[in-house]
Design a protein around this ligand. Structure first.
Ligand code: SAM
Length: 224
């Protein structure tokens, strides 16, 4: 069925999407759920900042693992859903594309999952992540794969016959690695995760990503 296309600002888009985000089958989100928390490897008692926490799915997983996460997002819609699903997690409304309203050198880990293609000040975001972490703290940045974003695919969702497009900035793989290293992170590395048969079984529209890198996770460590 033909869909009407509607381009929306990022904030407006996520406010709209918040009502159905957790129920929208999405290949990238599904692949992220499979890998990112494993890479983060949460330990009991850790303080973790979840920048762009959305509806709080990762906050929920962190709390189950015994950590103390704080969620930051600028969408009231997303934060309302997160408030219901993780009532005990502190939530802060803030733009993570600017200086963060949080204490420096506090967090054991900084997670930013599936947000970065929207961030205009990515260099600053890595610097703020570095400042937020305690010495020895770790960075986990999960990213809509730059090779796909550069090919013109955008964050999008459909509802009531309308496909909403939220855009994706065309960062390159090296931009992420360089911004992380320039911010001061050590051991900066990346892993690619491809669409696979399991993903297509779960979400048939993932067929177009079969064997293609869809998710990239960048990690780094603040020196002690
Ligand atoms: C694709 S969702 C990912 C949410 C969550 N991390 C997850 O894994 O499900 C992107 C989130 O980033 C948030 N976001 C985008 N740009 C932001 C900004 N500049 N400041 C704060 N949040 C932002 C959106 O509101 C949305 O909740």
């Amino acid at each position: 069925m033909a869909r009407k296309l509607k381009r929306v600002e990022v904030l407006e888009g996520y406010d709209l999407w918040s009502k159905t985000y957790d129920r929208t089958p999405n290949p990238l989100v599904a692949l992220d759920r499979r890998h990112t928390m494993g890479v983060l490897a949460v330990r009991r008692g850790e303080q973790i900042l979840d920048a762009g926490c959305g509806t709080g799915a990762n906050l929920h997983a962190m709390m189950r693992a015994g950590a103390h996460p704080v969620g930051v997002d600028y969408s009231w819609g997303m934060l309302r859903v997160a408030r219901r699903s993780v009532p005990r997690a502190p939530l802060v409304r803030a733009d993570i594309d600017a200086k963060l309203p949080i204490k420096a050198r506090v967090f054991d880990a900084f997670l930013c999952a599936l947000v970065s293609e929207h961030l205009k000040n990515l260099k600053l975001v890595f610097r703020e992540a570095f400042a937020a972490l305690r010495p020895g703290g770790r960075l986990v940045f999960s990213i809509f794969h730059p090779d796909i974003a550069i090919s013109g695919v955008e964050a999008n969702f459909a509802r009531s016959g309308v496909e909403y497009r939220l855009g994706a900035l065309p960062y390159r793989v090296d931009d992420y690695l360089n911004f992380a290293a320039d911010a001061g992170f050590r051991d900066v590395s990346k892993r690619d995760f491809r669409g696979d048969v399991k993903l297509v079984d779960e979400i048939p529209q993932a067929a177009k990503y079969l064997h293609r890198p869809l998710l990239m996770i960048v990690t780094g460590r603040k020196p002690v």
